[in-house]
Design a protein around this ligand. Structure first.
Ligand SMILES: *Cc1c(COP(=O)(O)O)cnc(C)c1O
Length: 374
Protein backbone atom coordinates (compact mmCIF):
# COMPACT_ATOMS: atom_id res chain seq x y z
CA UNK A 1 0.00 0.00 0.00
CA UNK A 2 1.27 3.47 -0.82
CA UNK A 3 0.96 6.50 1.43
CA UNK A 4 -1.76 7.74 -0.95
CA UNK A 5 -3.85 4.67 -0.08
CA UNK A 6 -3.69 5.34 3.65
CA UNK A 7 -5.90 8.39 3.92
CA UNK A 8 -2.95 10.77 3.51
CA UNK A 9 -3.27 13.82 1.26
CA UNK A 10 -2.98 13.06 -2.45
CA UNK A 11 0.24 14.04 -4.26
CA UNK A 12 0.06 17.73 -4.98
CA UNK A 13 -2.16 18.38 -1.96
CA UNK A 14 0.64 18.49 0.56
CA UNK A 15 -0.41 17.84 4.17
CA UNK A 16 1.14 19.49 7.20
CA UNK A 17 1.95 16.18 8.83
CA UNK A 18 2.54 12.59 7.81
CA UNK A 19 0.05 10.05 9.18
CA UNK A 20 1.65 7.52 11.51
CA UNK A 21 1.46 3.85 10.45
CA UNK A 22 -2.21 2.78 10.58
CA UNK A 23 -1.41 -0.08 12.98
CA UNK A 24 0.15 2.37 15.46
CA UNK A 25 -2.69 4.92 15.62
CA UNK A 26 -4.02 3.58 18.95
CA UNK A 27 -0.62 2.76 20.49
CA UNK A 28 0.05 4.75 23.66
CA UNK A 29 3.66 5.65 24.53
CA UNK A 30 4.95 3.32 27.25
CA UNK A 31 5.31 4.56 30.72
CA UNK A 32 4.33 5.07 34.26
CA UNK A 33 3.96 8.72 35.23
CA UNK A 34 7.42 10.23 35.90
CA UNK A 35 6.76 12.04 39.18
CA UNK A 36 9.22 12.67 42.01
CA UNK A 37 7.40 12.44 45.35
CA UNK A 38 9.50 11.56 48.45
CA UNK A 39 8.80 7.79 48.17
CA UNK A 40 8.92 6.30 44.68
CA UNK A 41 7.79 2.67 44.63
CA UNK A 42 6.36 2.47 41.12
CA UNK A 43 8.86 0.96 38.65
CA UNK A 44 10.52 -1.87 40.61
CA UNK A 45 13.92 -0.23 40.91
CA UNK A 46 16.33 -1.02 43.75
CA UNK A 47 16.33 1.69 46.45
CA UNK A 48 20.12 1.72 46.85
CA UNK A 49 22.77 2.60 44.23
CA UNK A 50 25.39 0.02 43.23
CA UNK A 51 28.26 -0.31 45.75
CA UNK A 52 31.34 1.98 45.65
CA UNK A 53 33.54 -0.96 44.57
CA UNK A 54 31.47 -1.23 41.39
CA UNK A 55 31.73 2.49 40.64
CA UNK A 56 35.50 2.45 41.27
CA UNK A 57 36.08 -0.52 38.96
CA UNK A 58 33.80 0.96 36.29
CA UNK A 59 35.57 4.32 36.42
CA UNK A 60 38.89 2.62 35.85
CA UNK A 61 37.49 0.53 32.97
CA UNK A 62 35.98 3.58 31.30
CA UNK A 63 39.40 5.23 31.35
CA UNK A 64 40.74 2.37 29.25
CA UNK A 65 38.10 2.61 26.52
CA UNK A 66 38.83 3.89 23.02
CA UNK A 67 35.75 6.02 22.60
CA UNK A 68 36.87 7.27 19.17
CA UNK A 69 36.42 3.68 17.88
CA UNK A 70 33.14 1.87 17.33
CA UNK A 71 32.33 -0.62 20.10
CA UNK A 72 32.82 -4.37 19.69
CA UNK A 73 29.81 -5.34 17.53
CA UNK A 74 29.73 -8.80 19.07
CA UNK A 75 30.09 -7.69 22.71
CA UNK A 76 32.58 -10.54 22.99
CA UNK A 77 33.84 -9.93 26.52
CA UNK A 78 30.43 -9.24 28.01
CA UNK A 79 28.77 -12.25 26.37
CA UNK A 80 31.59 -14.51 27.57
CA UNK A 81 31.15 -13.17 31.12
CA UNK A 82 27.38 -13.67 31.01
CA UNK A 83 27.83 -17.15 29.58
CA UNK A 84 30.33 -18.12 32.25
CA UNK A 85 27.85 -17.10 34.96
CA UNK A 86 25.22 -19.34 33.41
CA UNK A 87 27.26 -22.29 32.18
CA UNK A 88 26.83 -21.45 28.48
CA UNK A 89 29.30 -20.58 25.70
CA UNK A 90 29.14 -17.02 24.28
CA UNK A 91 27.48 -18.30 21.07
CA UNK A 92 24.41 -19.05 23.21
CA UNK A 93 24.32 -15.60 24.83
CA UNK A 94 23.07 -12.31 23.40
CA UNK A 95 23.04 -8.79 24.91
CA UNK A 96 21.23 -5.57 24.01
CA UNK A 97 19.99 -2.25 25.40
CA UNK A 98 17.73 -3.56 28.12
CA UNK A 99 15.76 -6.77 27.95
CA UNK A 100 13.20 -4.64 26.12
CA UNK A 101 15.56 -4.40 23.15
CA UNK A 102 16.23 -8.14 23.27
CA UNK A 103 12.47 -8.67 23.11
CA UNK A 104 11.92 -6.28 20.22
CA UNK A 105 14.76 -8.01 18.34
CA UNK A 106 13.06 -11.38 18.97
CA UNK A 107 9.79 -9.97 17.61
CA UNK A 108 11.60 -8.53 14.59
CA UNK A 109 13.36 -11.82 13.88
CA UNK A 110 10.48 -14.24 14.48
CA UNK A 111 7.33 -12.09 14.39
CA UNK A 112 6.39 -9.50 11.79
CA UNK A 113 3.64 -9.45 9.19
CA UNK A 114 1.26 -12.39 9.39
CA UNK A 115 2.80 -13.75 12.59
CA UNK A 116 1.67 -13.42 16.19
CA UNK A 117 2.98 -13.65 19.74
CA UNK A 118 0.93 -15.22 22.53
CA UNK A 119 0.99 -13.16 25.75
CA UNK A 120 -0.54 -13.62 29.18
CA UNK A 121 -3.34 -11.25 30.26
CA UNK A 122 -2.72 -9.49 32.56
CA UNK A 123 1.03 -9.47 31.93
CA UNK A 124 3.92 -7.06 31.45
CA UNK A 125 2.54 -4.02 29.64
CA UNK A 126 5.64 -3.51 27.45
CA UNK A 127 5.23 -6.93 25.81
CA UNK A 128 2.25 -6.01 23.57
CA UNK A 129 3.75 -2.58 22.85
CA UNK A 130 7.08 -4.02 21.66
CA UNK A 131 5.27 -6.64 19.60
CA UNK A 132 3.11 -4.06 17.87
CA UNK A 133 6.04 -1.77 17.11
CA UNK A 134 7.66 -4.80 15.45
CA UNK A 135 4.42 -5.28 13.43
CA UNK A 136 3.73 -8.55 15.21
CA UNK A 137 0.16 -9.61 15.98
CA UNK A 138 -0.79 -10.09 19.64
CA UNK A 139 -3.01 -12.91 20.91
CA UNK A 140 -3.67 -13.36 24.62
CA UNK A 141 -4.43 -16.09 27.12
CA UNK A 142 -6.20 -15.10 30.35
CA UNK A 143 -4.79 -15.95 33.74
CA UNK A 144 -7.12 -18.00 35.95
CA UNK A 145 -8.98 -16.70 39.01
CA UNK A 146 -5.83 -17.01 41.14
CA UNK A 147 -3.86 -15.04 38.52
CA UNK A 148 -1.93 -18.16 37.47
CA UNK A 149 -1.43 -19.68 34.03
CA UNK A 150 -2.05 -23.42 33.89
CA UNK A 151 -0.56 -25.84 31.34
CA UNK A 152 -3.94 -26.71 29.81
CA UNK A 153 -4.89 -23.08 29.23
CA UNK A 154 -1.60 -22.23 27.52
CA UNK A 155 -1.59 -25.43 25.46
CA UNK A 156 -5.13 -24.72 24.25
CA UNK A 157 -4.22 -21.15 23.30
CA UNK A 158 -1.10 -22.31 21.44
CA UNK A 159 -3.11 -24.96 19.59
CA UNK A 160 -5.75 -22.37 18.67
CA UNK A 161 -3.48 -19.55 17.47
CA UNK A 162 -0.28 -21.37 16.36
CA UNK A 163 1.81 -18.34 17.46
CA UNK A 164 5.33 -17.73 16.14
CA UNK A 165 6.29 -16.77 19.70
CA UNK A 166 4.98 -17.27 23.21
CA UNK A 167 6.27 -14.67 25.67
CA UNK A 168 5.70 -15.13 29.40
CA UNK A 169 7.20 -13.15 32.26
CA UNK A 170 8.21 -15.36 35.20
CA UNK A 171 7.60 -14.10 37.80
CA UNK A 172 4.81 -12.34 36.01
CA UNK A 173 4.47 -8.59 36.32
CA UNK A 174 2.28 -7.21 37.95
CA UNK A 175 1.32 -10.36 39.88
CA UNK A 176 4.75 -11.50 41.11
CA UNK A 177 3.72 -15.11 40.52
CA UNK A 178 6.20 -17.42 38.71
CA UNK A 179 5.10 -19.46 35.70
CA UNK A 180 5.18 -23.18 36.53
CA UNK A 181 7.68 -25.37 34.67
CA UNK A 182 4.80 -27.55 33.41
CA UNK A 183 3.24 -24.48 31.80
CA UNK A 184 6.49 -23.68 29.94
CA UNK A 185 6.75 -27.31 28.80
CA UNK A 186 3.11 -27.30 27.70
CA UNK A 187 3.60 -24.07 25.69
CA UNK A 188 6.66 -25.57 24.01
CA UNK A 189 5.18 -28.97 23.24
CA UNK A 190 1.79 -27.72 21.99
CA UNK A 191 3.20 -25.68 19.11
CA UNK A 192 6.18 -24.83 16.94
CA UNK A 193 7.00 -21.25 17.97
CA UNK A 194 9.76 -19.75 20.10
CA UNK A 195 9.05 -19.84 23.85
CA UNK A 196 10.42 -16.69 25.51
CA UNK A 197 10.53 -16.68 29.31
CA UNK A 198 11.21 -13.15 30.60
CA UNK A 199 13.02 -13.70 33.92
CA UNK A 200 13.41 -10.01 34.84
CA UNK A 201 12.95 -10.74 38.57
CA UNK A 202 14.37 -14.26 38.85
CA UNK A 203 17.22 -13.21 41.16
CA UNK A 204 14.70 -12.46 43.94
CA UNK A 205 14.20 -16.19 44.38
CA UNK A 206 11.90 -17.57 41.67
CA UNK A 207 12.84 -20.85 39.96
CA UNK A 208 14.56 -20.36 36.59
CA UNK A 209 13.90 -22.37 33.44
CA UNK A 210 17.52 -22.05 32.25
CA UNK A 211 17.96 -25.73 33.21
CA UNK A 212 15.40 -26.65 30.52
CA UNK A 213 17.32 -25.03 27.64
CA UNK A 214 18.88 -28.26 26.44
CA UNK A 215 15.65 -30.20 26.77
CA UNK A 216 13.33 -27.70 25.06
CA UNK A 217 15.09 -26.64 21.85
CA UNK A 218 12.80 -23.67 21.11
CA UNK A 219 13.10 -22.11 24.58
CA UNK A 220 14.97 -18.87 25.32
CA UNK A 221 15.39 -16.98 28.60
CA UNK A 222 15.61 -13.18 28.77
CA UNK A 223 17.12 -11.34 31.76
CA UNK A 224 17.90 -7.76 32.76
CA UNK A 225 20.36 -5.68 34.79
CA UNK A 226 17.59 -3.17 35.62
CA UNK A 227 16.14 -4.88 38.69
CA UNK A 228 18.24 -7.13 40.97
CA UNK A 229 21.54 -5.78 39.55
CA UNK A 230 20.38 -2.23 40.44
CA UNK A 231 21.52 -0.82 37.09
CA UNK A 232 18.29 0.52 35.60
CA UNK A 233 20.24 3.66 34.67
CA UNK A 234 22.28 1.77 32.12
CA UNK A 235 20.23 -0.12 29.57
CA UNK A 236 21.36 -3.74 29.54
CA UNK A 237 19.56 -7.03 29.10
CA UNK A 238 20.54 -10.43 27.77
CA UNK A 239 19.29 -13.68 26.32
CA UNK A 240 20.29 -17.29 26.99
CA UNK A 241 19.28 -19.84 24.39
CA UNK A 242 20.33 -21.75 21.30
CA UNK A 243 23.11 -20.57 19.00
CA UNK A 244 20.71 -20.32 16.03
CA UNK A 245 18.62 -17.76 17.92
CA UNK A 246 21.73 -15.65 18.53
CA UNK A 247 22.62 -15.97 14.85
CA UNK A 248 19.12 -14.76 13.88
CA UNK A 249 19.26 -11.81 16.30
CA UNK A 250 22.50 -10.70 14.64
CA UNK A 251 20.47 -10.28 11.42
CA UNK A 252 18.14 -7.66 12.96
CA UNK A 253 20.36 -5.79 15.42
CA UNK A 254 21.41 -2.27 14.47
CA UNK A 255 25.08 -1.84 13.55
CA UNK A 256 27.06 -1.45 16.81
CA UNK A 257 23.81 -1.56 18.80
CA UNK A 258 25.44 -1.94 22.23
CA UNK A 259 27.74 0.94 23.14
CA UNK A 260 31.15 0.49 24.74
CA UNK A 261 30.16 2.11 28.06
CA UNK A 262 27.25 -0.29 28.53
CA UNK A 263 29.39 -3.28 27.59
CA UNK A 264 32.02 -2.19 30.13
CA UNK A 265 29.42 -1.65 32.87
CA UNK A 266 27.93 -5.08 32.23
CA UNK A 267 31.31 -6.79 32.32
CA UNK A 268 32.21 -5.09 35.61
CA UNK A 269 28.80 -6.01 37.06
CA UNK A 270 29.47 -9.67 36.19
CA UNK A 271 32.90 -9.54 37.84
CA UNK A 272 31.47 -7.94 40.99
CA UNK A 273 28.09 -9.68 40.88
CA UNK A 274 28.17 -10.76 44.53
CA UNK A 275 28.66 -7.18 45.75
CA UNK A 276 26.20 -5.70 43.25
CA UNK A 277 23.46 -8.13 44.31
CA UNK A 278 24.31 -8.25 48.03
CA UNK A 279 21.13 -6.35 48.90
CA UNK A 280 18.77 -9.05 47.59
CA UNK A 281 18.21 -10.79 50.98
CA UNK A 282 17.10 -7.44 52.46
CA UNK A 283 14.57 -6.93 49.69
CA UNK A 284 13.23 -10.47 50.07
CA UNK A 285 12.88 -10.10 53.85
CA UNK A 286 11.18 -6.72 53.43
CA UNK A 287 8.84 -8.13 50.79
CA UNK A 288 7.69 -10.83 53.16
CA UNK A 289 7.32 -8.32 56.01
CA UNK A 290 5.21 -5.93 53.89
CA UNK A 291 3.09 -8.81 52.55
CA UNK A 292 2.39 -9.97 56.11
CA UNK A 293 1.57 -6.39 57.16
CA UNK A 294 -0.91 -5.99 54.29
CA UNK A 295 -2.51 -9.34 55.09
CA UNK A 296 -2.77 -8.47 58.79
CA UNK A 297 -4.73 -5.34 57.84
CA UNK A 298 -7.26 -7.45 55.93
CA UNK A 299 -6.03 -6.32 52.49
CA UNK A 300 -5.71 -8.82 49.65
CA UNK A 301 -2.09 -9.52 48.63
CA UNK A 302 -0.79 -12.07 46.15
CA UNK A 303 2.25 -14.29 46.90
CA UNK A 304 5.19 -12.64 45.12
CA UNK A 305 8.59 -14.03 44.12
CA UNK A 306 9.70 -10.60 42.85
CA UNK A 307 10.61 -7.21 44.39
CA UNK A 308 7.03 -5.93 44.33
CA UNK A 309 3.60 -6.84 45.66
CA UNK A 310 0.19 -6.70 44.02
CA UNK A 311 -2.49 -5.78 46.54
CA UNK A 312 -6.04 -4.57 46.88
CA UNK A 313 -8.00 -2.97 49.69
CA UNK A 314 -11.40 -4.68 49.52
CA UNK A 315 -14.16 -2.21 48.81
CA UNK A 316 -11.89 0.63 47.67
CA UNK A 317 -11.37 1.84 44.10
CA UNK A 318 -7.78 1.61 42.89
CA UNK A 319 -7.61 5.07 41.31
CA UNK A 320 -8.85 6.74 44.48
CA UNK A 321 -6.39 4.86 46.67
CA UNK A 322 -3.55 5.62 44.24
CA UNK A 323 -4.33 9.35 44.42
CA UNK A 324 -4.63 9.29 48.22
CA UNK A 325 -1.20 7.61 48.51
CA UNK A 326 0.34 10.11 46.10
CA UNK A 327 -1.13 12.99 48.10
CA UNK A 328 0.81 11.52 51.06
CA UNK A 329 4.06 11.40 49.09
CA UNK A 330 4.05 7.73 48.04
CA UNK A 331 3.99 6.78 44.38
CA UNK A 332 2.85 3.23 43.50
CA UNK A 333 1.46 1.82 40.23
CA UNK A 334 -2.26 1.65 39.48
CA UNK A 335 -3.34 -1.54 37.68
CA UNK A 336 -7.00 -1.27 38.58
CA UNK A 337 -8.23 -0.80 35.02
CA UNK A 338 -6.57 -4.01 33.75
CA UNK A 339 -8.60 -7.20 33.25
CA UNK A 340 -9.01 -9.20 36.50
CA UNK A 341 -7.20 -6.51 38.51
CA UNK A 342 -10.11 -4.34 39.69
CA UNK A 343 -8.94 -2.33 42.71
CA UNK A 344 -5.34 -3.55 42.38
CA UNK A 345 -2.21 -1.49 42.97
CA UNK A 346 1.42 -2.64 42.75
CA UNK A 347 4.05 -1.48 45.22
CA UNK A 348 7.80 -1.91 44.74
CA UNK A 349 9.71 -3.08 47.81
CA UNK A 350 12.03 -0.28 48.89
CA UNK A 351 14.18 0.28 51.96
CA UNK A 352 12.63 -0.48 55.37
CA UNK A 353 12.01 3.24 55.88
CA UNK A 354 10.29 3.57 52.52
CA UNK A 355 8.17 0.50 53.18
CA UNK A 356 7.13 1.87 56.57
CA UNK A 357 6.28 5.19 54.92
CA UNK A 358 4.15 3.26 52.42
CA UNK A 359 2.32 1.31 55.14
CA UNK A 360 1.68 4.49 57.17
CA UNK A 361 0.46 6.35 54.09
CA UNK A 362 -1.74 3.39 53.19
CA UNK A 363 -3.38 3.36 56.63
CA UNK A 364 -4.02 7.09 56.42
CA UNK A 365 -5.27 6.81 52.84
CA UNK A 366 -7.67 3.98 53.60
CA UNK A 367 -9.11 5.97 56.46
CA UNK A 368 -9.38 9.14 54.36
CA UNK A 369 -11.04 7.35 51.44
CA UNK A 370 -13.47 5.44 53.68
CA UNK A 371 -14.38 8.45 55.83
CA UNK A 372 -13.81 11.58 53.78
CA UNK A 373 -13.25 14.65 55.95
CA UNK A 374 -16.39 16.75 56.12
C1 LIG B 1 11.18 -4.34 34.44
C2 LIG B 1 10.96 -5.45 33.49
C3 LIG B 1 11.83 -5.65 32.43
C4 LIG B 1 13.05 -4.78 32.29
O1 LIG B 1 13.23 -4.28 31.05
P1 LIG B 1 14.63 -3.56 30.71
O2 LIG B 1 14.44 -3.13 29.32
O3 LIG B 1 15.68 -4.62 30.85
O4 LIG B 1 14.81 -2.45 31.70
C5 LIG B 1 11.60 -6.71 31.57
N1 LIG B 1 10.56 -7.54 31.75
C6 LIG B 1 9.69 -7.38 32.77
C7 LIG B 1 8.58 -8.34 32.95
C8 LIG B 1 9.86 -6.32 33.65
O5 LIG B 1 8.98 -6.13 34.64
Amino acid sequence: MTLAGSGAPAPGARGARVPVRADLVDVEPYGAPQLAPPVRLNVNETPWPPPPAFLAALTQRLGELELHRYPDREATHLRAALGARNGLPPERVWAANGSNEVLVQLFQAYGGAGRAVLLARPGYSAHPLLARVAATGVVEVDLDGELRLGPQAVAAAVAEHDPALVCLASPNNPTGIPVAEETVRAAHDAGRGLIVVDEAYVEFGAPSVVGLLDELPRLVVVRTFSKAFRLAGIRLGYLLGQDWVVADLRRVRLPYHLDALTQAAGSVACELADAVTAHIPHIVAERDRVAAALGARGHTVWPSAANFLLFRVPGLAGAELFAALLARGVLVRDFSTRPRLAGCLRVTIGSAQENDAFLDALDASVQAVKEPAT
